[in-house]
Structures are given as C-alpha cells and as structure tokens.
Design a protein around this ligand. Structure first.
Ligand SMILES: Cc1cc2nc3c(=O)[nH]c(=O)nc-3n(C[C@H](O)[C@H](O)[C@H](O)COP(=O)(O)OP(=O)(O)OC[C@H]3O[C@@H](n4cnc5c(N)ncnc54)[C@H](O)[C@@H]3O)c2cc1C
Length: 353
C-alpha cells in the first residue's frame, strides 16, 4: 500500500490533521488503536478565551475563537453531526480577590467578560453562590466523543484506518519516503499524545505529562444554555441531561486510573453547590501531553525529514489542534511556515543530538 501520509493517532490532533490532508486531496492512512481513555475522549471539550486566577486572555484567543467555530461547524456538516455549541461560562468566584479580578477585567475593557443578563434569583434556585457571577462570552463546547467516533467511522468507510498499535521499531526511513510494515508513505506524522514522550525520535522534547480526571453526571433541570465554573470544577452540558464535571491537573501520579479521592471531592463540592440532585454515571481519567513552555509541538523533525509531529496540546487541544493541524498540513504540502512558537524546529539542536 502506498499513501502520501501516515498519521499515528486519532485523538483531536490526528482527526484535524487527517481532515485537512483529505481536504487537500492527499491520500492518508491513520493508525490508531481505539482507546476510550485517551485525553481527547476524556476532555470536556471546552473552548474558553480566558484563563487562570488573574483571568487573562489565552494565547491567540482572538484568532482561535472564530476559527474554531467555523471549522468545527464545517467538519460537523461533513460528518452530519452538530459537534460544537455555544455555551458561555457563568463563573462563580469563591473569594473576594477572585471577584475583583473579574471586575478589573470588565473595567479594563476585556471584551470576553461581562455581567450576565440572566436573572440571579432564578439562578439561585439551581445553584448556591457566595458572591457574584460573571459571564465569559463566547465559549464553546465540543462533543468530543461523538466527533472522534464519527470521524473514525468516516475513515473506516474510506478504508483508511488501521485499528492497531503502531510499533515504532518497524519504521524504516528511506531516501524520500518511509516504510512501515507493507506501507510506503512520503511522510509519517506522530499525533499520538503521550506516546511521543517515549518515542526514540521525540523523547528529547520537553514534555510534561499531566493527569486529568472528570465525572459524567446525569442532572435533570439544570439550565443547559450555559457552562458553569466553580473554582476548579467546570460543569459542561454534553447532551440533554448529561453533564461533564472536571477536571484535575495532576503533575504527580502513580497511575492513570481514576482515583476514589477525586470522585469523593468533586461530588462533595457539587453537592454543596447544586440545589438539584445529580447522579454520577462515569468516572474518567486520562493523561494529557503538555509542554514546559505551554506551546504545542508542530512540524518536521530536523534530522528525519520524512517524520513530523503534532502534539503537546496541553489542556487546550480543542482550540489549538484545528489551528496547528491546518498550519502543519500547509507546511507538509506547500512548505508554508508554522508559527515559530509552535514549530518543533525550535528544538532542532536537542533533537539532532
Ligand atoms: C480530564 C481532561 C479534561 C480535558 N478537558 C479539555 C477541555 O475541556 N478543553 C480542551 O481544549 N482540552 C481539554 N483537555 C486536553 C485535551 O484532551 C488534549 O489537549 C487533547 O485531547 C490532546 O489530543 P491529542 O490528539 O494530541 O492526543 P490524544 O487525545 O492522547 O490522542 C492520541 C491518540 O493516539 C493513539 N495512540 C497513541 N499511541 C499509539 C500507538 N502507538 N499506536 C496506535 N495508536 C496510538 C491514542 O490511542 C489516541 O487515540 C482535557 C484533558 C483531560 C485529560
């Protein structure tokens, strides 16, 4: 079998890269061992333009917000699903200094933060909050599991998905192409999340692995027009009465499995906030592939020109993956530049050792 590109991994990065390469009429083969515990399958699918206790605008937000809205709608129409919805976040600061950060941003003219129009007394019938409430506008939620599954089916109908574990030891670099088992390709792209940190070609990159856990809840009657944020817990509506509550950010962990402590803590906090009953349906956990300088890794290997990477999306894969997949596709096909802050060439010396 001969294709233009092999993509290893079909999380959100491999999905977007596959989409753009197919849009450009390139032939691809995606190798992905189905794993419902991947970071992409565990994610809440939130796209939020502000971050942190100081409520700062995220990197590239002005570009990424409209781009994500447009691209997820396009991909959704190809797959015949509605995978993105606008669900502004209602934030409930838990302390006066956190509230002040929001007031300062509004006064400073941050266009993403506003005082919500929703009636606060109606809101208090559903959730209890000690201070005030603020709205982040716009915010989006991606139905990650449905999107990944639909794109997987799309690849299956084209007969371009191998549902098996990629074995790096069988990869051979030839002049101008690569061979993997009986497959020939011009280039191979690793979009394999945390696995790249163990690749003999990419393990020198400054990866930071970070475990995240979340709960899937059933809640009847909570206003699903919004996403809710209480401290570290975000509550996002996925489907009529199905809600995602997450997540943790654990830099030290012994196993990637869900922990009883997280479930207890999160359910406890939610019980003290929600005035409507909820049931925990599932407890999910996965390890994110983040990077020391919080910028992704995209581009061609400095030594092996037939090898490229799309990785290091950290906790922002839903907004970063489409943008950098498009940049990488443009780079592979037409040699277009990749944002220097994300281009893996910034580690050329390290990767050449
Ligand atoms: C609990 C949690 C909540 C999160 N919430 C959000 C959120 O709300 N918004 C947001 O933007 N981001 C969120 N993130 C981060 C987001 O999930 C990641 O940034 C993103 O999913 C990374 O996608 P990826 O495709 O690069 O990697 P992955 O999702 O890890 O995908 C890699 C894929 O490659 C496959 N694979 C790996 N190695 C091999 C191999 N050798 N052979 C075959 N297949 C292989 C894996 O099975 C997987 O399917 C969250 C993460 C976690 C853990």
């Amino acid at each position: 079998m001969t294709v233009d590109y092999i993509i290893v991994g079909q999380g959100i990065s491999g999905t977007w890269l596959g989409y753009y390469l197919l849009q450009a009429n390139k032939s691809i083969l995606v190798i992905d061992k189905e794993n419902l515990q991947s970071a992409s399958n565990a994610a809440g699918g939130l796209i939020n333009p502000v971050t942190g206790r100081r409520v700062v605008t995220t990197w590239l937000a002005e570009t990424l917000m409209p781009f994500a809205w447009n691209e997820y709608n396009e991909l959704g129409s190809l797959l015949n699903i509605q995978c993105i919805s606008r669900k502004n976040i209602l934030v409930f600061p838990a302390a006066p200094d956190l509230m002040k950060a929001f007031i300062d941003r509004i006064q400073g003219g941050n266009g993403y933060i506003k005082t919500p129009a929703i009636n606060k007394e109606t809101l208090r019938q559903q959730v209890s909050f000690p201070f005030d409430v603020f709205e982040i506008d716009p915010c989006y939620v991606i139905k990650m599991r449905e999107l990944l599954q639909s794109f997987r089916n799309h690849l299956k109908t084209k007969n371009i998905l191998l549902n098996e574990w990629f074995d790096e030891s069988q990869l051979v670099f030839k002049t101008g192409h690569v061979e993997y088992k009986n497959i020939n390709a011009k280039q191979i792209i690793y979009a394999d999340g945390i696995q790249s940190a163990q690749s003999i070609y990419w393990d020198k990159l400054p990866f930071v692995l970070n475990k995240g856990q979340a709960l899937l809840l059933e809640i009847d009657g909570l206003n699903s027009a919004y996403t809710y944020k209480f401290g570290h817990i975000t509550l996002a509506s996925l489907d009529h009465n199905v809600w995602w509550a997450g997540s943790s950010n654990e830099l030290e962990f012994i196993s990637a499995e869900p922990s009883a402590g997280f479930k207890e803590r999160t359910a406890g906090v939610l019980k003290s906030i929600l005035k409507i009953p909820f049931t925990v349906k599932e407890h999910i956990s996965a390890v994110r592939s983040a990077t020391v300088e919080r910028r992704p890794f995209a581009g061609i290997h400095p030594v092996h020109k037939q090898l490229a990477i799309l990785n290091g999306m950290g906790s922002k894969g839903c907004s970063l993956a489409p943008w950098f997949a498009k940049e990488l596709a443009g780079n592979l096909i037409h040699g277009k530049p990749i944002d220097a802050l994300a281009n893996v060439q910034r580690f050329a010396r390290m990767l050449s050792r």
